[in-house]
Ligand binder design. Structure first.
Ligand code: SF4
Length: 352
């Protein structure tokens, strides 16, 4: 006879959890019965432990669907997650995203314990520049304010004047240009060039850009857009702001993940193509089952590094590597640039 361990769910609990995950859309996305059962066993344990330990699980929209629908307390883009992390009453934050996001959560919550379940979850943009590189840039361009995309390490944020996300970059840059004729934008070159074009500014003489790239968005090919339009008449093509200028100029809408989801929700069109990480398409398929999504996406190995097993391990016996720490000096300076973002993003609109 096999004895049940204390973590073994009853048959009824397991069936209910499998039904919950299926109804949330995992079934429709093709999860097999065995995979659903494996996820359900883990999500039951994670959700029980999370409650017991007063932990909260924020998840970026690019995370695996079983995380988004199985255990996340809130999901969103970088801006929404940063805002929600300010308000949480939990003692522990188990951040399902990549390292710079978990660092941002720690900067905003210095008294809370913040974990990154998959320690290898980095980001090619954040890893493209160090705090030392920013100090050198500032020495080369004295007096220029530094506007940094949120996809940066805590050290880089600490050297910056203001942080932006794809949801508010355009507004904040316009506001910054009301006071400064030139500025530094980092680390995403494509986003910097796209913003320069939108704002009618010149790269080099008005916006100094860093040459960082997102390994997911840098390789989408603009030349295939006309073919898709021919094959799917009426399709709305949406691209993330980290895509190349050539692609951005050929699509119907450009923005961050939150804006893209809003566009889909508000649009009367039936067919969409979301040119970004595949997680957004998976989420859109579960949230808008009546609309169709044509695949043109890539997987981010960093975003997909986290699995339910990592989260369970973090709650049961976290390792030192999973604990996010930011020195007080860096955290104070980085917090200033993040707070400046909140202030500008939620303040008056720029003059047109
Ligand atoms: S999708 Fe790009 S920007 Fe986002 S975490 Fe992955 S590498 Fe970084």
């Amino acid at each position: 006879m096999t004895l049940k361990t204390k973590d073994e769910p009853s048959g009824a609990d397991l069936d209910r959890e499998i039904d919950r995950l299926s109804a949330a859309g995992l079934d429709a996305l093709g999860y097999s019965d065995a995979e659903l059962e494996r996820c359900a066993r883990l999500t039951l344990r994670i959700n029980r432990l999370k409650k017991k330990m007063n932990a909260v699980i924020p998840a970026h929209v690019y995370q695996r669907v079983e995380i988004v629908h199985g255990v996340a307390d809130f999901i969103g883009d970088s801006y929404k997650l940063a805002k929600l992390c300010v308000d949480t009453k939990a003692d522990r934050i188990v951040f399902c995203g990549v390292r710079f996001m978990a660092e941002t959560a720690k900067i905003l919550n210095p008294d809370k314990t913040v974990y990154l379940p998959a320690i290898e979850a980095g980001c090619s943009l954040a890893d493209s520049i160090t705090g030392d590189d920013v100090r050198k840039l500032k020495a080369k361009h004295p007096g220029l304010p530094v506007v940094s995309y949120i996809n940066t390490t805590a050290d880089v944020k600490a050297e910056s004047d203001v942080i932006v996300t794809s949801a508010n970059a355009s507004k904040i840059l316009r506001l910054m240009f009301e006071r400064h004729p030139r500025l530094i934008f980092l680390p995403d070159e494509w986003m910097g060039r796209n913003l320069a074009r939108e704002l009618g500014k010149k790269v080099g003489s008005e916006i100094v850009v860093w040459e960082g790239k997102c390994i997911v968005h840098e390789n989408f090919d603009a030349s295939s857009v006309p073919l898709y339009r021919k094959r799917y008449p009426g399709v709305k093509i949406l691209a993330h702001a980290e895509c190349s200028p050539a692609l951005v100029q050929s699509v119907d809408f450009v923005g961050g993940t939150g804006d893209m989801m809003k566009y889909v929700k508000d649009s009367k069109a039936r067919h969409f193509m979301l040119v970004t990480e595949c997680g957004l398409g998976d989420l859109a398929r579960t949230e808008f089952p009546d609309k169709s999504f044509i695949p043109m996406c890539r997987l981010c190995p960093y975003m997909k590094a986290t699995g339910l097993e990592h989260i369970l391990k973090t709650l049961e016996s976290p390792s030192r590597d999973q604990l996010i720490e930011v020195s007080a000096d860096v955290a104070i300076r980085a917090r200033r640039s993040i707070d400046r973002m909140f202030e500008l993003a939620e303040g008056p609109e720029p003059k047109r």
